[in-house]
Design a protein around this ligand. Structure first.
Ligand code: AMP
Ligand code: MG
Length: 346
Protein backbone atom coordinates (compact mmCIF):
# COMPACT_ATOMS: atom_id res chain seq x y z
CA UNK A 1 0.00 0.00 0.00
CA UNK A 2 1.43 3.32 -1.05
CA UNK A 3 0.84 6.24 1.26
CA UNK A 4 1.59 9.79 0.45
CA UNK A 5 0.48 12.51 2.80
CA UNK A 6 -0.65 15.89 1.56
CA UNK A 7 0.19 19.24 3.02
CA UNK A 8 1.96 18.97 6.35
CA UNK A 9 1.67 21.88 8.69
CA UNK A 10 4.89 23.75 9.00
CA UNK A 11 5.51 25.83 12.05
CA UNK A 12 7.58 28.83 11.19
CA UNK A 13 7.74 31.84 13.41
CA UNK A 14 9.38 35.03 12.40
CA UNK A 15 8.75 38.67 13.06
CA UNK A 16 10.22 41.54 11.13
CA UNK A 17 9.71 45.26 11.08
CA UNK A 18 10.57 47.04 7.85
CA UNK A 19 10.52 50.77 7.37
CA UNK A 20 9.01 52.52 4.41
CA UNK A 21 7.24 55.78 3.74
CA UNK A 22 3.57 56.24 2.91
CA UNK A 23 2.01 58.26 0.07
CA UNK A 24 0.96 61.03 2.48
CA UNK A 25 4.53 61.43 3.69
CA UNK A 26 3.48 59.85 6.99
CA UNK A 27 5.92 57.24 8.19
CA UNK A 28 4.39 53.84 7.54
CA UNK A 29 5.96 50.69 8.89
CA UNK A 30 5.41 47.19 7.62
CA UNK A 31 4.82 44.54 10.26
CA UNK A 32 5.24 40.94 9.26
CA UNK A 33 4.70 37.71 11.08
CA UNK A 34 4.27 34.03 10.24
CA UNK A 35 2.75 31.83 12.91
CA UNK A 36 0.06 29.24 13.41
CA UNK A 37 -3.58 29.57 14.45
CA UNK A 38 -6.71 27.49 13.83
CA UNK A 39 -4.43 24.54 13.03
CA UNK A 40 -2.95 26.29 10.03
CA UNK A 41 -0.23 28.74 8.98
CA UNK A 42 -1.09 32.44 9.30
CA UNK A 43 1.03 34.99 7.45
CA UNK A 44 0.54 38.66 8.17
CA UNK A 45 1.92 41.67 6.37
CA UNK A 46 0.43 44.86 7.78
CA UNK A 47 1.15 48.52 7.01
CA UNK A 48 0.56 50.91 9.89
CA UNK A 49 1.63 54.35 11.09
CA UNK A 50 1.74 53.09 14.70
CA UNK A 51 5.23 51.89 15.53
CA UNK A 52 3.95 50.40 18.80
CA UNK A 53 1.08 48.61 17.10
CA UNK A 54 -0.09 45.36 18.67
CA UNK A 55 -2.30 44.51 15.67
CA UNK A 56 -0.47 41.24 14.95
CA UNK A 57 -1.10 40.00 18.48
CA UNK A 58 -4.73 41.15 18.29
CA UNK A 59 -5.16 39.21 15.06
CA UNK A 60 -3.75 36.06 16.60
CA UNK A 61 -6.02 36.49 19.63
CA UNK A 62 -9.10 36.87 17.38
CA UNK A 63 -8.23 33.67 15.51
CA UNK A 64 -7.56 31.79 18.73
CA UNK A 65 -10.91 32.88 20.19
CA UNK A 66 -12.78 31.95 17.00
CA UNK A 67 -11.35 28.45 17.14
CA UNK A 68 -11.58 27.75 20.86
CA UNK A 69 -14.86 29.52 21.63
CA UNK A 70 -16.90 29.01 18.46
CA UNK A 71 -15.83 26.66 15.71
CA UNK A 72 -13.71 23.75 16.89
CA UNK A 73 -15.37 20.33 16.93
CA UNK A 74 -12.45 18.95 18.96
CA UNK A 75 -12.24 21.46 21.83
CA UNK A 76 -14.80 21.11 24.60
CA UNK A 77 -14.66 24.90 25.11
CA UNK A 78 -16.34 25.68 21.77
CA UNK A 79 -19.97 26.27 20.83
CA UNK A 80 -19.83 23.72 18.01
CA UNK A 81 -18.61 21.12 20.51
CA UNK A 82 -21.60 21.93 22.73
CA UNK A 83 -24.00 21.70 19.78
CA UNK A 84 -22.62 18.29 18.80
CA UNK A 85 -22.69 17.07 22.40
CA UNK A 86 -26.35 18.16 22.57
CA UNK A 87 -27.43 16.26 19.42
CA UNK A 88 -30.79 14.64 19.99
CA UNK A 89 -31.76 16.98 22.83
CA UNK A 90 -35.30 18.20 22.43
CA UNK A 91 -34.53 21.81 23.36
CA UNK A 92 -31.34 22.00 21.35
CA UNK A 93 -28.52 24.44 22.13
CA UNK A 94 -28.65 28.24 22.44
CA UNK A 95 -26.03 29.87 20.22
CA UNK A 96 -24.21 33.20 20.21
CA UNK A 97 -25.54 35.79 17.74
CA UNK A 98 -22.53 35.21 15.53
CA UNK A 99 -22.81 31.43 15.37
CA UNK A 100 -26.56 31.55 14.89
CA UNK A 101 -26.07 33.83 11.87
CA UNK A 102 -23.28 31.60 10.53
CA UNK A 103 -25.43 28.46 10.79
CA UNK A 104 -28.29 30.27 9.07
CA UNK A 105 -26.07 31.30 6.18
CA UNK A 106 -24.69 27.74 5.94
CA UNK A 107 -28.22 26.34 5.74
CA UNK A 108 -29.09 28.83 3.01
CA UNK A 109 -26.00 27.87 1.04
CA UNK A 110 -26.85 24.21 1.52
CA UNK A 111 -30.18 24.88 -0.16
CA UNK A 112 -28.77 27.12 -2.91
CA UNK A 113 -26.18 24.47 -3.79
CA UNK A 114 -28.75 21.65 -3.84
CA UNK A 115 -27.03 20.02 -0.89
CA UNK A 116 -23.47 20.13 -2.33
CA UNK A 117 -22.48 22.30 0.61
CA UNK A 118 -23.37 20.59 3.87
CA UNK A 119 -22.13 21.44 7.36
CA UNK A 120 -23.80 18.33 8.80
CA UNK A 121 -21.22 15.97 7.28
CA UNK A 122 -19.49 15.72 10.67
CA UNK A 123 -19.87 11.94 11.00
CA UNK A 124 -18.72 11.30 7.42
CA UNK A 125 -15.74 13.66 7.79
CA UNK A 126 -14.73 11.88 11.02
CA UNK A 127 -14.86 8.49 9.28
CA UNK A 128 -12.47 9.63 6.57
CA UNK A 129 -10.31 11.36 9.18
CA UNK A 130 -8.31 12.97 6.38
CA UNK A 131 -7.40 16.13 8.29
CA UNK A 132 -5.57 14.17 10.97
CA UNK A 133 -4.02 11.86 8.38
CA UNK A 134 -2.76 14.66 6.17
CA UNK A 135 -1.42 16.52 9.22
CA UNK A 136 0.57 13.38 10.10
CA UNK A 137 -1.19 13.09 13.47
CA UNK A 138 -2.12 9.43 12.97
CA UNK A 139 0.42 6.65 12.70
CA UNK A 140 -0.08 3.20 11.19
CA UNK A 141 -1.77 2.08 8.01
CA UNK A 142 -4.70 4.10 6.71
CA UNK A 143 -7.81 2.21 5.79
CA UNK A 144 -10.56 3.63 3.65
CA UNK A 145 -13.90 3.64 5.51
CA UNK A 146 -16.16 0.66 4.80
CA UNK A 147 -19.16 1.30 2.52
CA UNK A 148 -21.75 0.37 5.16
CA UNK A 149 -20.12 2.61 7.78
CA UNK A 150 -20.11 5.46 5.26
CA UNK A 151 -23.73 4.90 4.39
CA UNK A 152 -24.71 4.90 8.05
CA UNK A 153 -22.78 8.15 8.65
CA UNK A 154 -24.26 9.69 5.53
CA UNK A 155 -27.77 8.92 6.73
CA UNK A 156 -26.95 11.08 9.75
CA UNK A 157 -26.37 14.14 7.60
CA UNK A 158 -28.40 16.71 5.69
CA UNK A 159 -28.69 20.40 6.65
CA UNK A 160 -32.42 20.38 5.90
CA UNK A 161 -32.76 18.29 9.08
CA UNK A 162 -31.44 21.17 11.21
CA UNK A 163 -33.99 23.27 13.05
CA UNK A 164 -32.81 26.80 13.78
CA UNK A 165 -34.99 29.29 15.64
CA UNK A 166 -33.21 32.52 14.75
CA UNK A 167 -35.11 34.65 17.23
CA UNK A 168 -34.21 32.44 20.15
CA UNK A 169 -30.86 31.51 18.52
CA UNK A 170 -31.73 27.93 19.34
CA UNK A 171 -30.42 25.10 17.18
CA UNK A 172 -31.81 21.58 17.30
CA UNK A 173 -29.46 18.96 15.91
CA UNK A 174 -31.07 15.53 15.46
CA UNK A 175 -29.71 12.51 17.32
CA UNK A 176 -26.48 11.08 15.94
CA UNK A 177 -25.69 14.07 13.74
CA UNK A 178 -22.56 16.25 14.01
CA UNK A 179 -21.64 19.65 12.59
CA UNK A 180 -18.32 20.36 10.89
CA UNK A 181 -17.64 23.98 9.91
CA UNK A 182 -14.26 23.24 8.33
CA UNK A 183 -15.47 24.57 4.99
CA UNK A 184 -16.13 28.09 6.33
CA UNK A 185 -13.74 28.50 9.28
CA UNK A 186 -11.06 30.37 7.37
CA UNK A 187 -13.65 32.52 5.64
CA UNK A 188 -15.23 33.56 8.93
CA UNK A 189 -11.70 34.24 10.19
CA UNK A 190 -11.15 36.64 7.27
CA UNK A 191 -14.38 38.52 8.13
CA UNK A 192 -13.32 38.85 11.77
CA UNK A 193 -9.84 40.04 10.77
CA UNK A 194 -11.34 42.64 8.45
CA UNK A 195 -13.38 43.98 11.41
CA UNK A 196 -10.17 44.13 13.43
CA UNK A 197 -8.35 46.06 10.68
CA UNK A 198 -11.27 48.50 10.22
CA UNK A 199 -11.23 49.26 13.95
CA UNK A 200 -7.55 50.24 13.88
CA UNK A 201 -7.35 53.66 12.23
CA UNK A 202 -3.55 53.49 12.07
CA UNK A 203 -3.58 50.53 9.70
CA UNK A 204 -3.34 51.67 6.08
CA UNK A 205 -3.13 48.31 4.35
CA UNK A 206 -2.76 44.58 4.96
CA UNK A 207 -2.48 41.24 3.26
CA UNK A 208 -3.11 38.22 5.48
CA UNK A 209 -3.15 34.54 4.61
CA UNK A 210 -4.97 32.08 6.87
CA UNK A 211 -4.00 28.64 5.60
CA UNK A 212 -4.10 29.78 1.99
CA UNK A 213 -7.29 31.88 2.29
CA UNK A 214 -6.15 35.42 1.65
CA UNK A 215 -7.56 38.80 2.54
CA UNK A 216 -6.39 42.12 1.21
CA UNK A 217 -7.22 45.45 2.85
CA UNK A 218 -6.48 49.10 2.12
CA UNK A 219 -3.46 50.17 0.12
CA UNK A 220 0.19 49.38 -0.25
CA UNK A 221 2.36 52.41 0.47
CA UNK A 222 3.72 52.34 -3.09
CA UNK A 223 0.18 52.44 -4.50
CA UNK A 224 0.69 49.13 -6.35
CA UNK A 225 -2.11 46.51 -6.24
CA UNK A 226 -1.92 43.52 -3.91
CA UNK A 227 -0.65 40.49 -5.81
CA UNK A 228 -2.11 37.10 -4.92
CA UNK A 229 -0.84 33.93 -6.62
CA UNK A 230 -3.25 31.07 -7.33
CA UNK A 231 -1.62 27.68 -6.87
CA UNK A 232 -1.48 25.42 -9.91
CA UNK A 233 -3.20 22.19 -8.79
CA UNK A 234 -1.10 20.19 -11.25
CA UNK A 235 2.19 21.54 -9.96
CA UNK A 236 1.64 22.98 -6.52
CA UNK A 237 5.10 24.55 -6.48
CA UNK A 238 3.91 27.02 -9.13
CA UNK A 239 1.06 29.42 -9.82
CA UNK A 240 -1.60 29.18 -12.48
CA UNK A 241 -1.91 32.94 -12.40
CA UNK A 242 -1.63 36.02 -10.27
CA UNK A 243 -4.47 38.30 -9.15
CA UNK A 244 -3.98 42.05 -8.95
CA UNK A 245 -6.33 43.37 -6.29
CA UNK A 246 -7.09 46.85 -5.06
CA UNK A 247 -8.59 47.41 -1.61
CA UNK A 248 -10.63 44.84 0.28
CA UNK A 249 -11.01 41.30 -1.06
CA UNK A 250 -11.29 37.74 0.25
CA UNK A 251 -9.79 34.93 -1.81
CA UNK A 252 -10.59 31.30 -0.97
CA UNK A 253 -9.39 28.18 -2.71
CA UNK A 254 -10.60 24.59 -2.41
CA UNK A 255 -8.38 21.96 -3.99
CA UNK A 256 -7.88 18.21 -3.99
CA UNK A 257 -4.15 18.77 -3.42
CA UNK A 258 -4.61 20.54 -0.08
CA UNK A 259 -5.30 17.59 2.20
CA UNK A 260 -5.36 14.04 0.93
CA UNK A 261 -4.01 10.56 1.24
CA UNK A 262 -3.05 8.28 -1.63
CA UNK A 263 -3.83 4.59 -1.33
CA UNK A 264 -2.85 2.20 -4.13
CA UNK A 265 -2.61 5.07 -6.61
CA UNK A 266 -5.99 6.63 -5.76
CA UNK A 267 -6.14 10.04 -4.15
CA UNK A 268 -8.69 10.48 -1.37
CA UNK A 269 -9.06 14.17 -0.58
CA UNK A 270 -10.91 16.16 2.05
CA UNK A 271 -13.81 17.70 0.07
CA UNK A 272 -16.71 15.28 0.16
CA UNK A 273 -19.73 14.85 -2.05
CA UNK A 274 -22.66 14.72 0.40
CA UNK A 275 -24.62 12.62 -2.14
CA UNK A 276 -22.08 9.77 -2.05
CA UNK A 277 -20.06 10.25 1.14
CA UNK A 278 -16.92 9.92 -1.01
CA UNK A 279 -14.43 12.61 -2.03
CA UNK A 280 -16.06 14.83 -4.67
CA UNK A 281 -15.23 13.82 -8.21
CA UNK A 282 -16.56 16.66 -10.34
CA UNK A 283 -13.54 16.97 -12.62
CA UNK A 284 -12.32 20.03 -10.73
CA UNK A 285 -8.81 19.98 -9.25
CA UNK A 286 -9.01 23.44 -7.72
CA UNK A 287 -11.44 26.34 -7.51
CA UNK A 288 -10.77 29.87 -6.33
CA UNK A 289 -13.54 32.26 -5.33
CA UNK A 290 -13.18 35.99 -4.88
CA UNK A 291 -15.71 38.13 -2.97
CA UNK A 292 -15.79 40.99 -0.47
CA UNK A 293 -17.22 38.56 2.09
CA UNK A 294 -14.93 35.94 3.65
CA UNK A 295 -17.69 33.55 4.71
CA UNK A 296 -19.12 33.54 1.22
CA UNK A 297 -15.83 33.07 -0.61
CA UNK A 298 -14.94 30.08 1.59
CA UNK A 299 -18.39 28.47 1.50
CA UNK A 300 -18.67 28.98 -2.26
CA UNK A 301 -15.23 27.55 -3.00
CA UNK A 302 -16.19 24.30 -1.26
CA UNK A 303 -19.65 24.19 -2.88
CA UNK A 304 -18.22 24.94 -6.34
CA UNK A 305 -15.63 22.20 -5.98
CA UNK A 306 -18.37 19.66 -5.30
CA UNK A 307 -20.69 20.97 -8.04
CA UNK A 308 -18.08 21.15 -10.80
CA UNK A 309 -17.40 24.06 -13.12
CA UNK A 310 -20.74 24.34 -14.96
CA UNK A 311 -23.07 24.36 -11.98
CA UNK A 312 -20.45 25.93 -9.75
CA UNK A 313 -20.03 28.88 -12.08
CA UNK A 314 -23.77 29.48 -12.01
CA UNK A 315 -23.85 29.32 -8.20
CA UNK A 316 -20.90 31.74 -7.85
CA UNK A 317 -22.47 34.17 -10.30
CA UNK A 318 -25.79 34.06 -8.47
CA UNK A 319 -23.92 35.47 -5.44
CA UNK A 320 -22.04 38.06 -7.51
CA UNK A 321 -18.76 36.24 -6.79
CA UNK A 322 -15.83 35.77 -9.16
CA UNK A 323 -14.64 32.20 -9.66
CA UNK A 324 -11.83 30.31 -11.36
CA UNK A 325 -11.97 26.56 -11.98
CA UNK A 326 -8.98 24.40 -12.91
CA UNK A 327 -10.04 21.00 -14.22
CA UNK A 328 -8.04 17.78 -14.01
CA UNK A 329 -7.33 17.99 -17.74
CA UNK A 330 -5.65 21.36 -17.13
CA UNK A 331 -8.43 23.45 -18.68
CA UNK A 332 -9.39 26.67 -16.96
CA UNK A 333 -12.82 28.35 -16.73
CA UNK A 334 -13.53 31.63 -15.05
CA UNK A 335 -16.06 34.40 -14.65
CA UNK A 336 -15.60 37.59 -16.67
CA UNK A 337 -14.70 39.64 -13.62
CA UNK A 338 -11.99 37.13 -12.72
CA UNK A 339 -10.48 37.48 -16.20
CA UNK A 340 -10.02 41.18 -15.61
CA UNK A 341 -8.18 40.65 -12.32
CA UNK A 342 -6.08 37.62 -13.25
CA UNK A 343 -2.91 37.38 -15.26
CA UNK A 344 -2.43 33.77 -16.35
CA UNK A 345 1.11 32.44 -15.98
CA UNK A 346 1.16 30.60 -19.27
P1 AMP B 1 -12.49 23.73 2.12
O1 AMP B 1 -11.04 23.39 2.17
O2 AMP B 1 -12.81 25.14 2.51
O3 AMP B 1 -13.11 23.39 0.81
O4 AMP B 1 -13.23 22.89 3.23
C1 AMP B 1 -13.08 21.48 3.33
C2 AMP B 1 -13.47 21.03 4.72
O5 AMP B 1 -14.88 21.23 4.88
C3 AMP B 1 -13.22 19.56 4.94
O6 AMP B 1 -11.97 19.35 5.56
C4 AMP B 1 -14.38 19.15 5.83
O7 AMP B 1 -14.10 19.49 7.17
C5 AMP B 1 -15.51 20.03 5.34
N1 AMP B 1 -16.28 19.51 4.19
C6 AMP B 1 -15.94 18.50 3.34
N2 AMP B 1 -16.86 18.35 2.36
C7 AMP B 1 -17.81 19.31 2.60
C8 AMP B 1 -19.02 19.69 1.93
N3 AMP B 1 -19.45 19.06 0.83
N4 AMP B 1 -19.74 20.71 2.46
C9 AMP B 1 -19.33 21.35 3.58
N5 AMP B 1 -18.20 21.04 4.25
C10 AMP B 1 -17.44 20.04 3.76
MG1 MG C 1 -14.29 26.47 1.84
Amino acid sequence: MKRDFGQRQKVVCLAAVLLCSGCSGERIIQLQRTGTAMGTVVQQSIYTSDKDSSIREEIEAVLEALETEELSWRLSTSEIYAVNAGAGEENGTVLSDELSETIWRCMELGEASNGAFDITLGQVVRLWNLDSQAAGEVSGAYSIPADDALQEAQEKSGSSKLILNRQERRLILPEGMALDLGAVGKGIAMDRLLECLHEDDKVTGAIISVGGSILTYGQKPDGEPWRVGIVNPQDTSGYIGVLSLTGEWCVSTSGDYERYIEVDGTRYHHILNPATGYPADSGVAGVTVLTKDGFLSDALSTACFVLGSRQGMRLAESYGAEALFVEHDGSVRMTEGMQELLELEY
